[in-house]
Design a binder for this molecule. Sequence first.
Ligand SMILES: Nc1ncnc2c1ncn2[C@@H]1O[C@H](COP(=O)(O)OP(=O)(O)OP(=O)(O)O)[C@@H](O)[C@H]1O
Ligand SMILES: [Mg+2]
Length: 289
Amino acid sequence: MGKLQRLPDRHRTSLAGGATLASSASPAAAITVRGLGKAYATSAGEPIQAVSQVSFDVAVGEFVSIVGPSGCGKTTVLRILAGLVDGYVGSVSIGGRVVHGPTPDIGVVFQDANLMPWRTVLANVTLPGQVLRLEPKACRQRARELLALVGLAGFEAKLPGELSGGMRQRAAIARALLHDPRILLMDEPFGALDAMTRDAMNVELARIASQAGKTVFLITHSIAESVFLSDRVLVMSSRPGRILAEIEIDLPRPRNLDVVADSRFANTVLHIRRLLEQTGGNPRVTLAH
Ligand SMILES: Nc1ncnc2c1ncn2[C@@H]1O[C@H](COP(=O)(O)OP(=O)(O)OP(=O)(O)O)[C@@H](O)[C@H]1O
Ligand SMILES: [Mg+2]
């Protein structure tokens, strides 16, 4: 896909992250998290500790997944990385810069597609280009290519309300890739997809990530999906979420779906499931579920 030209930008500074180098961040780290803790206040005003003492790194070009029981704070970690949540303790940096807000270095796919209902699919996918003031014609071209990539060619002029949930989620993935971010943060991006489409999207994501050299941080409830896609899987405890274990996925790349028949794959899935069982979580094991 063609390179996008950035237009002269009056607004860019408001999108750019801070410029301070985190003291303990390694130069090759795309993401560095140290001692992260976050407490929310409930509607009754009670504090609720979502995550506590979370530390990890994601190297440039690495694919790291995070699995953990529902409510253990995975989305909280991702939203902090995306610069969307403040009031936390610890330090978080992206590309060596302390996170102070959203930055164009990252593309985010949330649990819900979050498309604007009044904009066409194409206009939704080109939205980051507008925000970042990228050249509109190249943006539309890239958006069409990405929509074809996620199987939505022919749906460019539809409104989100005319799509299925899975199709909306695929449009959201195309939108996250529009500005060619170096880092993708994905929160259960395939949860709404049917099993066959989810398998296909897993293969596609693996291809995009390795060919384009993307760094990916993925939240998933599917242990098999995490093992299939990742270089490393972080296992979180129940709330307040902590990193219980980091599992290196020692399976050769490129991987295709046949890898599920490999005993190393099955053993790794089982190992992670056992860890999660200790947390009292209810992990799903089968690929695409
Ligand atoms: N804005 C908020 N205000 C108050 N509490 C919140 C808020 N967001 C999350 N929480 C609480 O923080 C905890 C962690 O939530 P979070 O969404 O990060 O979990 P999760 O691991 O992503 O869960 P799931 O797997 O179900 O998506 C939960 O107990 C949740 O109720
Ligand atoms: Mg979540």
